[in-house]
Design a protein around this ligand. Structure first.
Ligand SMILES: N[C@@H](CCC(=O)N[C@@H](CS)C(=O)NCC(=O)O)C(=O)O
Length: 108
C-alpha cells in the first residue's frame, strides 16, 4: 500500500492515535515521553505508531500533516498537535475533554 494510504488508514481507524518515538512504556525522546504522560493522564486507551520503526512514515507524515515534528496526536481524524500543545491543553483540562468526547462519539 502507498505510504500516504497507510497513514490515512491509521488515522481513520484509530480515534486517538499518537505518532511518537518509541512506545508509551519506553519513549525514545523527551517530547514523546511528555506527550505520552499527558495522554495517559486522560484515562482513555490510545493507539500509537513508533516512527523509529517506520522510517517511511517518519519521512512522509510531516508533509501530509503539514506539521514538521514528532510526537503528533491525531484525534477523530484531526491533527491536534505536538507535545507543547498537548501539555498546554492538558493543564487547562481541554485535552481530557477532547479525548473523552471523541471516544464517546466513536463508541456510540
Ligand atoms: N515543539 C515540538 C518539539 C518536538 C520536536 O522538536 N521533535 C523533534 C525531535 S524528537 C523531531 O520530531 N524531529 C524530526 C525527526 O526526528 O524526524 C513539540 O511540541 O512537539
Amino acid at each position: 500500500m502507498d505510504i500516504i494510504e497507510t497513514i490515512k488508514e491509521q488515522i481513520a481507524s484509530n480515534t486517538v492515535l499518537l505518532y511518537m518515538k518509541g512506545s508509551p512504556n519506553a519513549p525514545q525522546c523527551g517530547f514523546s515521553a511528555r506527550a505520552t504522560q499527558a495522554l495517559m493522564g486522560c484515562g482513555e486507551k490510545f493507539a500509537y505508531v513508533d516512527i523509529l520503526q517506520n522510517p517511511e512514515i517518519r519521512a512522509n507524515l510531516p508533509k501530509y500533516a503539514n506539521w514538521p515534528t514528532f510526537p503528533q496526536l491525531w484525534v477523530a481524524g484531526e491533527l491536534v498537535g505536538g507535545s507543547d500543545i498537548l501539555l498546554e491543553m492538558y493543564e487547562k483540562g481541554e485535552l481530557q475533554t477532547l479525548i473523552k468526547d471523541a471516544v464517546q462519539k466513536a463508541d456510540a
